[in-house]
Write a protein that binds this ligand. Structure first.
Ligand code: O2Y
Ligand code: MN
Length: 599
């Protein structure tokens, strides 16, 4: 198999990895549908993939209960100097980390097949695309990579005999001795899991987990943690952002890129169905945006992925009818429940819960059981091409010109429905100070307060010192000048009395997006407040919506006392970056404090 590889650098890397991991077989992926079907059939035969009777070509997998999500505590940015990784990344020196991991990799693929997956993030041939080669002993990860990236011969052709590639080594960390029976989801114990990034040599080493972002290395590892320092060096942006196109009734298009922490409805917003008559939305991406200033001076964005890896629980015709439609066939489900008629089910799906199901741990489940039937982080993987709202231009190698950036988070109080930055520097401050409430489980686990700062929704994904990342954002704005996108901050999650949501959300978020588009065109005014520009009375299009007047007032209220109480936390957060913190952020903080005190 290795003889099929014409690229000498790739061949010797594959040989080196095979020598260390010692798989029984090596298989070079061609990316065909036949290959995908064959691997799935093998996993069905082995009893680890369950074909779904109700959805054609779709399968359910159940992970080990210890391997259900990204593992931030086990994720490393390994640079020679600790300072380059910055204070909010886990760090270990490259020699030490590699020493530890080499011991784990030694013989780790015994009894298994090593799949070699050539993949491209971004349309092959796009000036923004990057080629990676993932080596993995997981057929599940291989099939997911088929859906999430462009895989196979066409990538090797583009690589040629001397092209650049990013080596991505992945092992589930569970060698099989002769005669040993395999488990359904083999993986290593938590303390042996490592998701490691070596940005100085553009290298990824992942060990011990088969789940999501830990195993599909094109996604968070390559497209964010490695791409972000590359983007800094090369003068572009690799961001944790959805991309959506809005078209107004006159046919004018607006492109929006939005950064939200996990669990803030990013996929739903990427697939929004506007409730305002005449407005249309098209999906370009739901998770990652790579953006470059093009010769026209504007920032153009591509979605480097080809699929959606979304959270299943909560997905319904109410929250995301587009995703419901998208999942009818050719999908992979992980940690959902299985119904008696051979379909998947998860909490908050449309209709009544099934009278009986098998839960994500493989146990009988009936309504009223203490534990949910699907794991809260249960996932679907689906090809982008099946998304009914997908834009026909989603693969344009030139990308789409971004008009608007949105930052946001989940906050029950303080932060209003929407505000606009006064200028680029203020917008960078809004992104840098972004925050979100975290789940009860994380509060207990981490001992932290319930609000977590998540600058630009990049806290888990920035592959270098976040202080330098802020500086990069300032410099990108300097380069774009007047052509820079406008910046807004939203909070769909503000609550009123009795813990009730004040804003209906979902399709009605289009009303807020419309206000932003109208601001870009100078069609609506805005009032100045200490925190930024906000809708004037009647500025938001609320026609046909029955949100009480008092709720709207609350949604757009700015309480200077609550904001002033928030500032010490922002300041302390910023100051951890020390000499890496741009003064321009300190200037913004001083300005905000002054405006609040004078309000
Ligand atoms: O739990 C995981 O491994 C997946 S995390 C994830 C997956 C898709 C899109 N975004 C995220 C995220 O955590 O931001
Ligand atoms: Mn994400």
């Amino acid at each position: 198999m290795i003889t099929q590889i014409k690229h000498e650098g790739l061949k010797s890397w594959v040989e080196e990895v095979a020598g260390m991991c010692r798989p029984d077989e090596i298989y070079l992926c061609d990316g065909t549908r036949e290959e995908y079907d064959r691997l799935m059939a093998q996993m069905v035969d082995a009893g680890v993939a369950i074909p779904l009777k109700e959805r054609s070509h779709s399968f359910l997998f159940r992970s080990d209960p210890s391997d259900v999500a990204r593992v931030e505590d086990r994720t490393y940015v390994s640079t020679t100097s600790r300072d380059d990784a910055g204070p909010i990344n886990n760090w270990m020196a490259p020699d030490e980390l590699k020493g530890t991991m080499k011991k784990l990799y030694d013989g780790c693929m015994k009894g298994r097949t090593m799949y070699v997956i050539p993949f491209s993030m971004g349309p092959i041939g796009s000036p923004l695309a990057k080629i990676g080669i993932q080596v993995t002993d997981s057929a599940y990860a291989t099939c997911n990579m088929h859906l999430m990236t462009r895989v196979g011969d066409k990538v090797l052709d583009a690589l040629g005999t001397d092209g650049e590639f990013i080596p991505c080594l992945h092992s589930i960390g569970a060698p099989l001795e002769q005669g040993q029976e395999d488990s359904d989801w083999p993986c290593a114990p938590m303390e042996e899991k490592y998701i490691s990034h070596f940005p100085e040599e553009n290298l990824i080493w992942s060990y011990g987990s088969g789940y999501g972002g830990n195993a599909l290395l094109g996604k968070k590892c390559l497209s964010l943690r490695l791409a972000s320092p590359i983007a800094k060096r090369e003068g572009w942006l690799a961001e944790h952002m959805l991309i959506v196109r809005l078209t107004n009734p006159e046919g004018r298009q607006y492109h929006i890129a939005g950064a939200f922490p996990s669990a803030c409805g990013k996929t739903n917003l990427a697939m929004i169905q506007p409730t305002i008559p005449g407005w249309k939305a098209e999906t370009i991406g739901d998770d990652i945006a790579w953006m470059q200033i093009r010769p026209n001076g504007r920032l153009h964005a591509i979605n480097p992925e080809t699929g959606f890896f979304g959270v299943a629980p909560g997905t319904s015709n109410g929250s995301n009818p587009v995703a419901v439609d998208m999942l009818k066939e050719n999908a992979i489900f992980t940690n959902c429940a299985l119904t008696d008629n051979g379909d998947v089910w998860w909490e908050e799906m449309d209709g009544d819960p099934p009278a009986h199901a098998i839960d994500w741990k493989g146990r009988d489940w009936t309504p009223g059981t203490d534990e949910p039937a699907a794991h809260p982080n249960a996932r679907f993987t689906a090809p982008a091409e099946q998304c009914p709202s997908l834009s026909p231009d989603w693969e344009d190698p030139e990308g789409v010109p971004i008009d608007i950036f949105i930052f946001g988070g989940r906050r029950a109080t303080t932060i209003p429905l929407v505000h606009e930055a006064y200028n680029w520097d203020h917008g960078v401050f809004l992104g840098a100070s972004a925050s979100s409430e975290i789940t009860a489980a994380i509060i207990v686990e981490s001992g932290l307060g319930h609000v977590r700062r998540d600058p630009f929704a990049m806290k888990p994904f920035c592959g270098y010192n976040m202080g330098d990342y802020f500086q990069h954002w300032f410099e990108m704005g300097d380069s774009m000048g007047e052509k820079a996108p406008r910046i807004f901050y939203v909070n769909w999650f503000r609550k009123g009395d009795n813990d009730r949501w004040l804003w209906p959300g979902f399709g009605d978020n289009s009303r807020v997006l419309k206000w932003m588009c109208d601001r870009v065109d100078g069609k609506v005014g805005a009032k100045e407040t200490p925190i930024g520009l906000m809708p004037e009375d009647g500025g938001l299009d609320l026609s046909g919506l029955s949100v009480p007047k008092e709720d709207m007032e609350e949604l757009l209220a700015v309480d200077p006392k609550m904001w002033l109480a928030e500032l010490p936390d922002i300041e302390a957060y910023f100051e951890q970056f020390g000499k890496h913190l741009p003064d321009r952020l300190r200037v913004q903080l001083v300005g905000l404090r002054e405006r609040l005190n004078n309000y």
